[in-house]
Ligand binder design. Structure first.
Ligand SMILES: C[S@@+](CC[C@H](N)C(=O)[O-])C[C@H]1O[C@@H](n2cnc3c(N)ncnc32)[C@H](O)[C@@H]1O
Length: 425
């Protein structure tokens, strides 16, 4: 059911033909398999998408080529919605490769969408991997699903202020329960005017405009860098008979797990490094769900003759993993792939996998991504290859690991974390 907003005092009503086209496009979107990004399950369009599109409609009606950018779209509603409302084209960025796949999936059957102009290029959709000048140069209307982390919002707001047109308007929407005053403050650091719309169906939009002149040239806060000297990290990154590095540099884009620091679970996994396979048994090593890439870089330094791959579904994580490897002189030896759960990895090709699987999505504990990663690890390992996994002890993953990979033993346990080793049958 569609809920039309009451036109407010400063609201330009959406012309009836565009409203009809929008309703037709949104109504034709198909739910995409659950990717963990929605607490309420797979729905193709949510109240925040609808509110964002309604708020943006007057700006979209007069938008020219190159004016419109969408960030954080999850199922295609924003990207296709802005086209329905008259934007001639749209540049779109989603952090998760799963969201990008969802948009592609909607387009695969574009006739249903009543935009009937064929494929992605013909529709005027450009998908960009990074939040950079290519995505944002000259943009005048930016629609954004508010990201879960303030660091990610900061990186986006700063990039918009740096690259977009002077008269850009940013419309940032979210669920009221996920929104904080600090989000307004983050936007206010880059934009002179920030206001909030009335809430509708538990969603709200922050509207930011007036790029602050000082924000144009400010040094970006992200990617953040830090030198880590944690003893467990340095020991794990030392090759047999080699000398330990003085420190490891971590590079973290705003949306990347743990930021420029060592996660506690990752640290616990690193304490088991002296029991990982010897160098002569490791030709191919993998950091599954690589985040900032500290584990991928550790593998590259510990096993100087191995080829290392980092995999993450997040564009921010992929860029961070690459940058962390480069910052430690391992850029040439670490290949980074953006892939959902590692499903595209070649079968029976890897000797050693390190995995600190995701278990949180906002407040909800979710284990489906972890289980899909176990399955992908089972496929990717060679016979006799090993998966070393750290997880919250309460999660009892041992049985699932045994089923997906092979015989699994507890290697280390603290009240909080467990490390297991699974050997491929
Ligand atoms: C707990 S973090 C670990 C990050 C890093 N390995 C570390 O130890 O700091 C889990 C990582 O898995 C990634 N991830 C979550 N779901 C994924 C999926 N379906 N496919 C691939 N990566 C995923 C997240 O983006 C995140 O970077």
């Amino acid at each position: 059911m569609h809920h039309a907003p009451e036109p407010g005092p400063d609201r330009v009503p959406v012309p009836a033909d565009l409203r009809e086209r929008l309703d037709a496009v949104l109504g034709a979107l198909v739910p995409w398999p659950e990717d963990g990004s929605r607490p309420d399950g797979p729905v193709a369009v949510d109240a925040t998408d609808r509110l964002l599109l309604d708020e943006a409609a007057p700006l979209l009606a007069t938008a020219g080529p190159g004016d419109v950018v969408v960030l954080g779209d999850r199922f295609g509603a924003l990207t296709l919605g802005v086209l329905a409302l008259g934007a001639p084209d749209v540049r779109t960025h989603t952090d998760a490769v799963t969201a990008e796949a969802a948009i592609e999936h909607q387009l695969a059957d574009a006739d249903r969408l009543d935009l009937a102009r064929g494929d992605r290029e013909q529709l005027g959709i450009t998908m960009r991997d990074d939040v950079d000048e290519h995505l944002l140069a000259g943009a005048r209307v930016v629609l954004l699903q508010l990201p879960p982390s303030l660091a990610e919002l900061t990186e986006i707001a700063e990039a918009v202020a740096r690259y977009a047109a002077d008269d850009v308007t940013v419309l940032a929407g979210g669920r009221v329960k996920h929104m904080t005053r600090t989000m307004n403050e983050v936007l206010a650091a880059s934009f002179a005017d920030v206001r909030a719309t009335l809430a509708r169906q538990k969603s709200r939009v922050l509207v930011a405009s007036g790029v602050r002149p000082e924000a144009r040239d400010a040094a970006p806060s992200f990617p953040a860098r830090a030198v880590l000297r944690d003893a467990e990290l340095l020991a794990a990154a030392t090759p047999r008979d080699g000398t330990a590095p003085d420190g490891l540099t971590v590079v973290a884009h705003g949306g990347t797990f743990a930021g420029p620091a060592l996660d506690l679970g990752t640290r616990f996994l690193l304490t088991t490094a002296d029991r990982w396979p010897a160098a002569d048994r490791v030709r191919e090593a993998l950091d599954l769900g690589s985040g900032t890439g500290l584990l991928a870089t550790t593998l590259a330094l510990r096993y100087p003759d191995a080829r290392v791959t980092g995999v993450d579904r997040s564009a921010s994580a992929v860029a961070s993993t690459r940058a962390t490897a480069e910052a430690n002189g391992a850029g040439e030896r670490v290949v980074v792939l953006r892939d959902d759960a590692g499903e595209d990895l070649p079968p029976a090709s890897v000797d050693l996998i390190l995995l600190n699987p995701p278990f949180h999505d906002r407040a909800a504990v979710r284990t489906d991504a972890a289980r899909r990663m176990f399955a992908a690890a089972g496929r990717a390992l060679r016979q006799g290859g090993e998966l070393w996994c750290v997880f919250n002890t309460a999660l009892h993953y041992r049985e699932a690991l045994t089923r997906a990979v092979g015989p699994t033993v507890h290697i280390a346990q603290s009240p909080k974390f467990t490390v297991t080793r699974s050997r491929r049958r």
